[in-house]
Design a protein around this ligand. Structure first.
Ligand code: NI
Ligand code: MN
Length: 228
């Protein structure tokens, strides 16, 4: 049974039964809401980045350099990481899956901006995505930053735990997230990408009411863990 820990915004760390440690969308150093520093995260085996925006990737390259963890992201972000001295990386792309030693991971579509933080040349603009993880028998979907997509309907019956943005303004808001839940039909929903700063303030009690009996909403505070 894998353990999921929320670190604020869209940053989660995961530890699987076999001891594999990973982080998704690492943003610690400049995050107003992170519960720990990137150093306090300790050792890592994998770093997953859904897209290139600062609030999803800012700590990824320093973490990769410190820990030697494998960076997993779109082909373009991995190419840019190579230019920045990251040797241990695994390129993927939307729709593709790969059987990692700890389980299968598939990249899912997202509709959002493709800029890559730190890429002064502007050559590595990419397509944002999400990840569908198969971990110790649980299917975990990290949607990344995205609008509501009808493509989410393709995930129906394939997700146990869905990490969905509800912040509005930059991503789908609470009402669209409820529609996403209607498409995906996960058992558990964890809201993310809200309350980090004023533009994305949300009322999670109101969101939970709107979801109703569609799914169980687990509102995680930075530092909270969830057994998957
Ligand atoms: Ni973004
Ligand atoms: Mn974001």
């Amino acid at each position: 049974m894998a353990t999921l820990t929320f670190h604020g915004h869209s940053t989660f760390s995961i530890e699987t039964d076999d001891g594999t440690r990973m982080v998704v969308d690492p943003w610690f150093t400049e995050s107003p809401v992170a519960d720990i520093s990137a150093e306090e995260l300790g050792d890592l085996d994998y770093i997953f980045c859904t897209h290139g925006h600062q609030d999803h990737i800012a700590d990824a390259f320093p973490l990769a350099k410190r820990t030697g963890a494998t960076l997993v992201s779109t082909f373009e972000i991995v190419m840019f990481a190579g230019e920045e001295g990251i040797e241990n990386a695994h390129p993927m792309h939307i729709g593709g899956g790969f059987d990692f030693p700890f389980g299968r991971v598939q990249m899912t579509p997202a509709l959002h901006g493709g800029q890559v933080h730190g890429d002064e040349s502007g050559r590595w603009t990419t397509v944002p995505g999400g990840f569908l993880f198969h971990l110790d028998g649980t299917r975990l979907y990290h949607a990344g930053d995205t609008a509501l997509l009808y493509d989410m309907k393709l995930l129906e019956g394939r997700v146990d735990v869905a990490l969905l943005p509800i912040g509005d303004n930059f991503t789908m808001g609470p009402d669209e997230a409820v529609r996403a839940i209607d498409f995906i039909r996960p058992g558990i929903v964890v809201p993310m990408h809200y309350d980090t700063f004023d533009l994305i303030r949300q009322d999670t009690a109101d969101f939970t009411r709107k979801v109703g009996d569609r799914a169980k909403v687990e509102v995680m505070k930075p530092g909270d863990t969830l057994q998957l």
